[in-house]
Design a protein around this ligand. Sequence first.
Ligand code: MG
Length: 170
Amino acid sequence: MMNAKVHELLNQQINKEFYSAYLYLDFSNYFKAKGLDGFANWYMIQAQEERDHAMLFYQYLQNESQPVTLEAIAKPDKTFECHMDVLKAGLEHEEYVTSLINDIYAAAYDVKDFRTMQFLDWFVKEQGEEETNANDMITKMELFGSDPRSLYMLNQELAARVYTAPSLVL
Ligand code: MG
């Protein structure tokens, strides 16, 4: 029997991850409109990864015979003055998601729900990578963003990102 609080937080995380996908689609849309297709590609793949994350939480609850309740996904409502605004919103969002994963982990720890903790271990590591990626994007934009030729090269680099399925399989 899963603890009610742990269940509630896991169920909420499905929605949070789908919102993340929505947010990154919005980022992709921003860059597409600016003619930076490489950046648009990078965030499109990021959105795909977030859908995968949502489905992992969904699948985990189903595997544990727990009810799943799907809620409305919020509208991405950020406005961006420049490319850097988008990248900083990305880092801020990933730091927020890390705090959510940590909160679920803490709730599971409190009730000795070791199975959920083991499931979440993958996400703890994943969030470390997400924050590193978001920081790297900001660093690259700081270094190359102001020079059009360098920005073009960076855009080409980001165009090469390809989707890979998550290493966690339930
Ligand atoms: Mg995620």
